[in-house]
Design a protein around this ligand. Structure first.
Ligand code: NAD
Length: 737
């Protein structure tokens, strides 16, 4: 029988090799069609007496990335449609849909013939769950092999048997840790956890899998054997009595109760381990049905899975621009940012010319890459050869003539208009016709800098975040005259260095920094009100922010905040900055000499390692302190999220951000906006614009007019609109925008 996505070849020993290789995709993913074909293949293997067992593998360099976007989208539209028609039936349909994969994997497990999964590359989500349902698992030891059940990162959980099989193979604590964090495992770690049986050289993968069957692999899962006991003995053991009472508390410490899917994993494991396996699968199916209907799951899947993939694949790339081949990149300014930009570019295999004022400064920039490479080699992430090749791609020099063959030049010199102007003139004098020039400025509007350019059409902003090698986001900024080619090249470059781009129109602070400044400003307000600093930091974390605002301010540098406040006053006048904020920051910088982490003194003290940083006690003397019981932590949490979401809404209202996907993804990747909300605009859509406006009005009454809802929000509330409805990223309206 022929299949579209699989080939099945049976060898002389009666072992069927089932190779998954989707013809029209670069990576194997689960679609309804794939599931139907697997179902048929299982039937065919069982029906054919000549087949003794089957090996399941992939014909691509990776095994499978898990579910397909279209399948997930289909699931949500089905729920919505059914809810509108017949709410009770919607849940039933969802329950059945949620169980489709789970019971198909169970069918493989109980089909009576042995199955071995031969894992040759990335094996994620449903694909790992499929492997766990096979009776044997062999993984290649290639560096590309990564195994994970990462569903919790997009608001759901492993619902195709993962929560039942993992804790029946691995010890409970490891199982919980792996699934509640979505952690990625190397094959070696997976073997140590008892999740794969063998780890072999890549060329031994299929022979080893076949051998398992030839050696008489029993087609029965351990939990289907009489007398099976989970590792550690299950729930009713002294070890479990230690683990389980603490588990919800540990989870709460890590997630502040913001992630219903993570809690559901705990429930599935705890309840599932007390019942027979099939009942455990039903429990998992029920929780999955519940979780998939939460606002968190909907919003996280939309932003962190669907939108992120769409942006990575060039959703905002202008039509009609051919894909640019970036053969050489120039980076001017080999300082803190430029040196790291050179590193990530070379890491993508692109040759880089790294320029600074003199050879010594340029060499110092190269030194950053040498250090990063030697760390990566030390951790086994790069081989020595790969590391040498990477460093060899970077040419440090002070000679601008070396830029003559560059397709793209990124400037990361001092944040000073005159310095940038002089550099632009030098670069444009040698840059070939058609090449693109980008600035990494963080505060200077692109349109203003473009005034110095001879070719403003080819000038654009590519704003990186620090640390460049870790931060996934880049903001691409369009000046008034920036042309389509510049945008296309910028986006192709961002894709090449495997970061996620958001495209924003020019404004002071662009998108990310505007929002971040609101976050920090709200913490200044709280300090001034006398809220104890520790409550400010904790409230932000309870709200789901990864870093408290005072800690973040220390990382950014308080003297930089001071500079930004002063520049804002110089450009926009006295009233543009709250004088109490200016006073607070000026006191920190001028009087206390506390600049942040960089001088070991900021809102926190930074003692020598291994001691940990702690809030600076002197901060409490700035303002009369409130008692803890006088402060409502829930309100503090709301203030942080609302002030950022309001700023994001303003950027949409001003036409800075034109696509809600970018505000959402940008807010999560740029500054960690509470990921469970799906991002700053999904936070508003999730509670409903009407409720958000009411909340803003309440906060404005108590904490100041900066909380007042904007005209756009009021209009949307009146009409019952959402951001994704009004600024539909897939609709005609956006194409025109
Ligand atoms: P930096 O001071 O560490 O580096 C600037 C480098 O530019 C120095 O090595 C300097 O020698 C070099 N330089 C100065 N004049 C030059 C010239 N005429 N020709 C060649 N090289 C010259 O500064 P940085 O923090 O890397 O910031 C660089 C740019 O990146 C700024 O525009 C800044 O706003 C922006 N930025 C910084 C951050 C950050 O977190 N630091 C984040 C995003 C963007």
């Amino acid at each position: 029988m022929a299949y579209k996505n699989f080939t099945v070849e049976t060898d002389a020993d009666g072992i069927a090799l089932v190779t998954w290789d989707m013809p029209d995709k670069s990576m194997n993913v689960f679609t309804a069609e794939v599931m139907d074909e697997i179902d048929k293949i299982v039937d065919a293997v069982v029906a054919d007496a000549a087949i003794k067992g089957a090996v399941f593998t992939s014909g691509k360099s990776s095994f499978s990335g898990g579910a397909d976007l279209s399948m997930i989208r289909g699931m949500f539209s089905m729920v919505e449609e059914e809810r509108a028609k017949d709410p009770a039936n919607a849940v039933k349909k969802l329950f059945d849909g949620a169980g489709r994969m789970s019971w198909l994997w169970r069918k493989i497990e109980t089909c009576g013939k042995p199955w071995v999964s031969a894992i040759n590359g990335t094996c994620m989500g449903g694909a790992f769950e499929l492997s766990l349902a096979c009776h044997g698992r062999v993984a290649s030891n290639a560096k590309s092999v990564k195994l994970a059940l990462p569903e919790v990162k997009v608001g759901i959980f492993p619902g195709a048997g993962g929560t039942q099989r993992v804790p029946r193979l691995a010890n409970t604590q490891d199982a919980l840790q792996m699934m509640t964090t979505g952690q990625t495992l190397t094959p070696q770690r997976a073997k140590a956890m008892n999740l794969v049986h063998q780890v072999v050289e890549p060329d031994q993968l299929i022979p080893a899998a076949r051998q398992m069957i030839k050696d008489g692999l029993k087609p029965v899962a351990p939990w289907d054997e009489k007398g099976f006991k989970a590792p550690g003995g299950g729930i009713w053991t002294p070890a479990s009595a230690q683990l389980w009472p603490a588990a919800p508390a540990v989870l709460r410490r890590e997630t502040s109760g913001n992630y219903p899917a993570a809690l559901a994993i705990l429930k599935c494991v705890y309840e599932g381990l007390q019942v027979p396996f099939d009942t455990g699968l039903r429990i998992e199916q029920r929780y999955f049905t519940e979780i998939v209907q939460t606002t968190e799951a909907f919003s996280m899947i939309r932003s962190l899975f669907i939108s992120m993939q769409e942006l990575n694949k060039g959703a905002r790339r202008p039509a009609g621009q051919p894909k640019s081949e970036i053969k050489k990149v120039g980076v001017v300014g080999a300082g803190f940012m430029g040196a790291s930009i050179a590193y990530v570019t070379a890491a993508a295999g692109i040759p880089v010319v790294l320029i600074d004022r003199d050879q010594e400064a340029a060499d110092k920039g190269l030194g950053v890459s040498q250090k990063l490479v030697s760390e990566a080699v030390g951790k086994g992430k790069l081989s020595k050869d790969e590391g040498e090749k990477l460093v060899g791609l970077i040419t440090p020099t002070s000679d601008y003539a070396a830029l003559a063959a560059a397709d793209l030049v990124i400037e990361a010199v001092f944040e000073d208009r005159d310095v940038k102007k002089a550099v632009m003139e030098k670069v444009e004098a040698v840059l070939p016709e058609g090449a693109i020039f980008a600035s990494n400025t963080s505060t200077l509007p692109i349109t203003g800098l473009a005034k110095n350019s001879k070719r403003p059409v080819d000038f654009i902003g590519i704003h990186f975040f620090s640390p460049v090698e870790k931060m996934m986001l880049t903001e691409v900024i369009l000046g008034k005259q920036t042309g389509d080619k510049a945008l296309a090249v910028a986006l192709d470059y961002v894709a090449a260095i495997r970061k996620t781009p958001i495209v924003v129109n020019d404004t002071r602070g662009f998108f990310v920094n505007r929002c971040v400044l609101r976050y920090m400003a709200e913490s200044y307000d709280m300090l001034i009100e006398g809220v104890p600093p520790v409550m400010i930091e904790n409230a932000a974390k309870f709200a789901g922010m990864p870093v408290g605002p005072l800690s973040l301010n220390d990382e950014v540098a308080i003297d930089l905040s001071y500079k930004i406040l002063k520049a804002t006053v110089a450009d926009l006048g006295e009233n543009s900055v709250d004088p109490r904020h200016m006073e607070l920051v000026a006191r920190m910088v001028e009087k206390e000499q506390r600049f942040g982490r960089k001088n070991g003194k900021g809102f926190y003290d930074y003692p020598a390692k291994p001691a940990k940083k702690s809030l600076w006690p002197g901060l409490k003397d700035f303002y009369p302190q409130k008692q803890a019981q006088e402060v409502d932590v829930k309100v503090l949490q709301q203030r942080f999220l609302v002030t950022i979401a309001l700023e994001a809404a303003r950027t949409v209202e001003e036409g800075i951000v034109t696509d809600p996907r970018e505000a959402d993804v940008g807010s999560i990747l740029g500054f960690g906006f509470a990921p469970y909300t799906g991002g700053a605009l999904s936070y508003i859509d999730g509670m409903g614009v009407k409720a958000f406006v009411a909340l803003c009005e309440k906060l404005a009454g108590q904490y100041g007019p900066h909380f007042a809802p904007t005209p756009l929000l009021k209009d949307m509330a009146g009409k019952g609109e959402t951001f994704y409805g009004r600024f539909d990223p897939y609709g005609q309206a956006r194409v025109a925008a």
